[in-house]
Design a protein around this ligand. Structure first.
Ligand code: NAD
Length: 277
């Protein structure tokens, strides 16, 4: 069991009675987050685009915590599919309280090799996908308003960003641009929606052990090099991010609006300057 996982098991049911949707929830950070939200008492929709079996396994694990869950296949970059996904959730669960826009991918290449298809795919999923999820959740938040027995706010949106919303990343211009876009989208939506009682925030992971960045940690040499970028000297676990999302989405963080919570072991502290500069 990882350290992060242990912390999570002690999480009280701070989301009891809330309904959450997590995109890209059959792998990595999304999977840990969906399970974490369920453990904290929320009913959870497990979105996936491919891998129905993995999604069903996540659903079963969430249900073991005594809450409701189901899997829903949808491509977050497709407007019609996101609309249908949130509509079904309102039908099945009655409403939505927490949208975790987590789905994301990389299509890496040097700029001279990067095709428009690679550029566009990453922007479509990582930025447009989050916009669509935020927009559809917001419509329901506004329709329903605040239900004080459930939460002080009318709804919470958590955007899964990255340290690369502020750290440039050579060879990944599509990805870094998408996450830079997520930062400004999140802040703008937070400003626009706060007067209506909706909290929009982001979590920005550093290096987390998931399939998306396997090359960076799956050999001892790669992990050693990676640790030079992490002052806290450990690669993060998906549960580290799940814990952050769970607390951020809860009323414990009710006064946190338009903020990025960096969960990165200090990666954004310019580690190169610890010994130089
Ligand atoms: P992952 O590859 O394990 O998970 C990504 C998930 O998104 C998968 O379930 C995938 O199927 C899903 N997805 C991809 N395209 C989709 C689409 N069109 N519609 C719906 N779902 C789709 O990787 P992860 O590390 O868990 O990544 C989750 C999020 O965390 C991403 O937004 C990623 O950018 C971000 N992130 C990860 C790290 C890290 O170190 N792992 C660091 C910073 C940010």
């Amino acid at each position: 069991m990882s350290t992060g996982d242990q912390t999570l098991r002690e999480t009280p049911r701070i989301l009891k009675g809330q309904k959450a949707l997590v995109t890209g929830a059959n792998s990595g950070i999304g999977k840990a987050t969906a399970i974490g939200l369920g453990r904290a008492g929320a009913d959870v929709v497990v979105n996936y685009v491919a891998g129905a079996q993995e999604a069903e396994a996540v659903v079963e694990e969430i249900k073991s915590h005594g809450v409701r869950a189901y899997a829903h296949e949808a491509d977050v970059s497709r407007e019609d599919q996101v609309v249908a996904m949130v509509d079904r959730m309102v039908e099945e669960f009655g409403t939505i309280d927490i949208m975790v826009a987590n789905a994301g991918l990389q299509r890496d290449a040097a700029v001279t090799e990067m095709t428009v298809a690679q550029w566009q795919k990453v922007l479509d999923v990582n930025l447009t996908g989050q916009f669509l999820c935020a927009r559809e959740a917001t419509k329901e938040f506004l329709r329903r308003g605040v239900v004080p027995e459930v939460s002080r706010s009318a709804g919470k949106i958590v955007c899964m960003s990255s340290v690369h919303q502020i750290i440039p990343w050579a060879g990944h211009v599509n990805y870094a641009s998408s996450k830079g876009g997520v930062l400004m989208m999140m802040q703008t939506l937070a400003q626009e929606l706060a007067p209506q009682g909706i909290r929009v925030n982001a979590v920005a992971p550093g290096a987390i052990r998931t399939p998306i960045n396997k090359d960076a940690w799956d050999t001892p040499e790669a992990e050693k090099a990676l640790l030079q970028l992490i002052p806290y000297r450990r690669v993060g676990d998906p549960e580290d991010i799940a814990n952050a999302v769970t607390v951020l989405a809860s009323d414990l963080m009710d006064y946190v609006v338009g903020t990025t919570l960096y969960v990165d072991g200090g990666m954004t502290l310019f580690p190169g300057f610890a010994t130089g500069g």
